[in-house]
Design a protein around this ligand. Sequence first.
Ligand code: TYD
Ligand code: MG
Length: 452
Amino acid sequence: MAKVKTTFFCQSCGAQYAKWQGQCNACKAWNTIAEEVLQKPEKSEWKTPVNQTKRAAKPLKIKDIDVFEEARYDSLDAEFNRVLGGGIVPGSLTLLGGEPGIGKSTLLLQIALKLPYKTLYVSGEESQKQIKMRAERIHLDANNCYILTETKTQRIFKQIEALEPDIVIVDSIQTLHSDYIESSSGSISQIKECTTELIKFAKETATPVILIGHITKDGNIAGPKILEHMVDTVLQFEGDRNHVFRILRAHKNRFGSTNELGIYEMQGSGLREVSNPSEVLISKKDEELSGHVIAATLEGARPLMIEVQALVSTAVYGTPQRSTTGFNAKRLNMLLAVLEKRAGFRLGAKDVFLNITGGITVDDPAIDLAVVAAILSSNEDAPLSHSFCFAAEVGLSGEVRPVQRVEQRILEAEKLGFSTIFVSKYNKISLKNSAIKVELVSKIEDLVDLII
Ligand code: TYD
Ligand code: MG
């Protein structure tokens, strides 16, 4: 009998060792090295039929390479297309990660049903009946979508060869299993092997493959980091499970920008594309409430109006609490210190709570001025007008700093019917005769005078 070959892999970074050790030399994590059985593959699994080979690699002078954009597959989902940079690229491997239950399978099934191309949806997680039931909830008729429930890559490739689909979707990479590796599904060596086989298939036949990946409890895609290096695009599907909004972001994209953002709303009948997010993110109220302020932010190329809510109250315990949802807590502490030092507000003995509504997280520094305004408004219990919005960064000395693409923000605010937008005095604005009043602020002291 042949000797069983085993190797040791770090489960967090994928580094390979000949024998067990306590700490991984590569990523310094403890107790992550585990033994996995493997057999060297004699031959790689995907063998391209001769008639399907679209290109055989040979060196070309760079100036001889065709420069025209390869035609992309239109997914008929504007948000998905935008995040990918304009559609699905032939021969690309896309990895979609996200927490369990966030809606990854729903999103891709919905896209598979809509696609006007022959699509194969391979599921190792659900039965064909379950998928059919889900498809019925989504209410889409599809003639081009094939469902296969299989986890062995060898058998999947056999079906692919027979069906010749234009696009392949795999739910999920952690359930796949290749015969050449004996360790169980989801282990490092299995994930590596299955992905390698899929990459070979995708590149040789120019068929795009979309993979679903599970994430670990600290938010990384389960399996080795090399998985993220191997694929062309890594998308993250995120959101608060108790809220209806879901956000699709690109963490890595070889064919487009990573700044783009897709927003969906989870409904009883699948995910709805949110094409005008500002309108849904701002809660409609008749009364003006203190501490509620609108910020004009940008996510990627898209302006987004976001509601910031602050609550400032006297601390009950000795140590005041600072808590944030959707905003960096360190940034809040910095803004509070600036307010204390530069504008003379005694916030040291106050609890401060800050919340970005809609369950989304904002990194855009242009939200600073809105945060400051919300804190001031709550502290003074003075409601600000609904028709004000803010777009500027705040520096350590209390200076109000310019932000990028301010004109786009002003136009969005104008479109949504705001009467006044507060921006930095140092922003160069060449907009003429706009209906919105642009209030220029240079220090936060000015803001205090203007709004209180
Ligand atoms: P799912 O796609 O199974 O999540 P994942 O694949 O990321 O684990 O999403 C499951 C959740 O979505 C589930 O809790 C129910 C909800 N859902 C709806 O609200 N409406 C729908 O039409 C569908 C299909 C699911
Ligand atoms: Mg799923």
